[in-house]
Design a protein around this ligand. Structure first.
Ligand code: IPE
Ligand code: IPE
Ligand code: MG
Length: 243
């Protein structure tokens, strides 16, 4: 791609974010970790709006991993409480901005009331034509591939699918992200440079961008910096020209 000054920017169609550093942000302010999570949730709200105004069509954020259950009990409880409230706020924002929201991950481990809020949110927003916003909750890339494999095995056992018919497209269609284009750009905040079990299959050709900024401090300007860096990559697949 290699954009020069004054040239139009190529917008990544799908941006995925591993939001990290809520705990460190809070600690730097002498506050409890949960304060960082509350602030981090607010950043998610604003970045959704900013991303869409910039011309990004799909945004996926990693909110809670399958490994995050291993955090101290009170932190897990606080995160679940936050997600519970977030589902309500998100429903309002989605109505206002015509966002189409989908939750990725294994939902059965979540409390019943959170699951019903997720269902309500997905159902109410499924026909919206604004930003496609995916939230990964109790999500693990390996777990997603295992669940997809099980579903395929069931289809084979029921005679609905033949093993020789299984292709990359077939497997993609059984993933939580079925129908969603693969991410063009992955951003991880707080200077950690690992995938932490996020979208293992889908990130095959994604460009990675790492920034030291802590998630609660992430802004539209930071997002634009990531998009500019993306424009200087010599990328072979994907992308979309926008004015
Ligand atoms: C990211 O912030 C949010 C979640 C993983 C839920 P962290 O909680 O991982 O923050 P640090 O890494 O401890 O600073
Ligand atoms: C990754 O962040 C998971 C989420 C952002 C939800 P973590 O902070 O949990 O990841 P590790 O433990 O540093 O790999
Ligand atoms: Mg972290």
């Amino acid at each position: 791609m290699g954009a020069e000054m004054g040239e139009e920017l190529t917008m990544p169609r799908h941006v995925a974010i591993i939001l990290d550093g809520n705990g460190r942000w809070a600690r730097s302010k002498g506050m409890p970790r949960n304060y960082g999570h509350v602030q981090g949730a607010k950043t998610v709200e604003t970045i959704c709006e900013d991303a869409y105004r910039m011309g990004i069509q799909y945004l996926t954020v990693y909110a809670f991993s399958t490994e995050n259950w291993g955090r101290p009990r009170d932190e897990v409880d606080a995160l679940m409480k936050l997600l519970r409230n977030y589902m309500k706020t998100c429903l309002k924002t989605a109505e206002k901005n015509r966002m189409c929201v989908r939750v990725l991950g294994e939902k059965s481990r979540l409390d019943e009331d959170i699951r019903s809020r997720i269902q309500e949110l997905e159902e109410a927003t499924k026909d919206n034509d604004g930003l496609h916003f995916q939230i990964a909750i109790n999500y693990g890339g390996r777990d997603e591939i295992v669940r997809a494999s099980r579903k395929m095995a069931e289809a084979v056992a029921e005679g609905k699918l033949r093993p020789e018919e299984i292709t990359e497209e077939t497997l993609s269609g059984f993933l939580d992200t079925a129908g969603i284009p693969e991410p063009d750009l992955l951003i991880r905040t707080c200077n950690e440079q690992r995938i932490s079990n996020f979208l293992l299959w889908q990130l095959a050709y994604t460009e990675f961008y790492f920034t030291p900024v802590l998630w609660p401090d992430f802004t539209k300007e930071e997002l634009m910096k990531a998009v500019e860096a993306y424009n200087h990559r010599d990328r072979k697949y994907g992308g979309l020209k926008v004015r």
